[in-house]
Write a protein that binds this ligand. Structure first.
Ligand SMILES: Cc1ncc(COP(=O)(O)O)c(C=O)c1O
Length: 393
């Protein structure tokens, strides 16, 4: 029997590569590299890379199967493939009870954030964000010479929504990261809705972007997405990514969803065919497999609880994380801790000014990775490993 391309792609020869493919797609280190403008991850494939808030397992099995099937279509443009770009938009729309015109797809949600800053701020309208928060709005405004107001988080490391609202007059773009990266905290719906109303009064023309990159990792039962509000309120857009719970950081897929006027504006600035056929196929398959995300949330919760308990027991506080990372108060510079862990093959988060002298961000890997990482943390923090981990295993 001749070996067709289809047989080659689907056959047993590919089996051993599936798990390697998952790891490649998770593309660890991307988030960190983006933020730092460099590639800080060592080439050591054995390192425990818990620095980039990625899903350590990569895409789910159905998404991987879809990627393999889609490889055959790599010669097609995304508007001429099956599934194609419009299938992805339709799948997102169906999932969130929206019209396709209310969705703009990006090569990661970074593209949505970047274009939103470019389009809605500038010309005397400032960018408003928290400090520390996800860095992209600050980076984009700096590149373009836009004014960016960064409002410090409060003493519990939560976004200070009142203080942010008080700086909103004249803003063009308001960024709300919920849950917040790197502090891992959330605000519940009533607080966000009040914040949005306050911004609308102070800066009616401003685009409010609620970044829900870590939504799928939230376990607080009071949490709710702002997508329903964004669909009806002008000038509110929610950004989502497939890079986190969906495990597709290396495939680069995200989207903005909201009122059709704001989305239409954002669509004018996107590159046509910005999502590739593999990402599209994986995205469509993932959206049809919500059970996988529920299992991933539970997997992360278990490893997160274990790791947080380790630090608690060792006397280091962290916020109650609603994400796939912890922001730990180590009472020492992150750099020294990071370098010492790095020497022991555990790669933890970069500096997060203005808290880099006291806090370190640690992403959640698999349970096995976190057990090994906690042994290293204990050694580096000079805690007897058995004492520190004993009560929490
Ligand atoms: C809060 C937040 N938003 C957006 C992104 C960008 O994600 P991507 O461009 O991979 O979709 C990240 C990445 O880490 C993030 O933490």
């Amino acid at each position: 029997m001749p070996l067709t391309r289809r047989a080659l792609l689907r056959g047993p020869r590919l089996e051993p590569t599936l798990s390697a493919l998952a790891t490649m797609i998770a593309a660890r280190g991307h988030e960190e590299a983006l933020a730092a403008g460099a590639a800080p991850v060592p080439a050591n494939a054995d390192a425990i890379r818990i620095s980039g808030n990625e899903n350590p397992l990569g895409p789910g099995p159905r998404a991987l199967e879809a990627v393999i099937a889609a490889l055959e279509q790599s010669g097609r443009y995304p508007f001429n493939s099956h599934p194609g770009g419009s299938d992805l938009t339709a799948a997102i729309a169906e999932r969130f009870d929206a019209d396709p015109e209310q969705i703009v797809v990006g090569a990661g949600s970074s593209e949505i954030l970047r274009n939103a800053v470019r389009v809605f701020a500038g010309g005397g309208r400032h960018v408003l964000t928290a400090d520390p928060s996800y860095g992209s709005p600050v980076t984009e405004s700096t590149k373009l010479g836009y004014t960016c107001l960064q409002v410090p988080v409060d003493s519990e490391l939560r976004l200070d929504l009142d203080a942010m609202a008080s700086r909103a007059r004249g803003a063009g773009f308001v960024y709300l990261c919920n849950p917040n990266n790197p502090t891992a905290t959330i605000h519940l719906p009533a607080a966000i809705e009040n914040f949005i109303a306050a911004i609308r009064r102070a800066a009616p023309e401003a685009l409010i972007l609620v970044d829900e990159a870590y939504h799928d990792y939230v376990t607080d039962p009071g949490h709710r997405s702002m997508i329903p509000l964004a669909l009806s309120e002008p000038n509110v857009v929610v950004a989502r990514t497939f890079s986190k719970a969906y495990g597709m950081a290396g495939l680069r897929l995200g989207f903005g969803i909201g009122h059709r006027d704001a989305i239409e504006t954002l669509r004018r600035y996107k590159l046509s065919a910005n999502a590739n056929v593999l990402a599209i196929a994986a995205g469509v398959a993932s959206l049809r497999d919500p059970g996988h995300i529920e299992r991933e949330r539970e997997r992360n919760r278990e490893a997160r609880t274990f790791t947080r308990a380790f630090f608690d027991k060792a006397g280091y506080r962290s916020t109650e994380s609603q994400t796939n990372f912890l922001f730990v108060e180590l009472r020492r510079p992150a750099k020294g801790f990071r370098d010492a862990c790095g020497k022991r093959n555990v790669v933890v988060g970069r500096d997060f000014p203005p808290m880099e002298k006291t806090h370190c961000r640690i992403s959640i890997g698999t349970m096995e990775e976190m057990r090994r990482a906690c042994d290293v943390f204990a050694e580096v923090l000079d805690i007897a490993a058995t004492d520190a981990a004993g009560g929490v295993q």
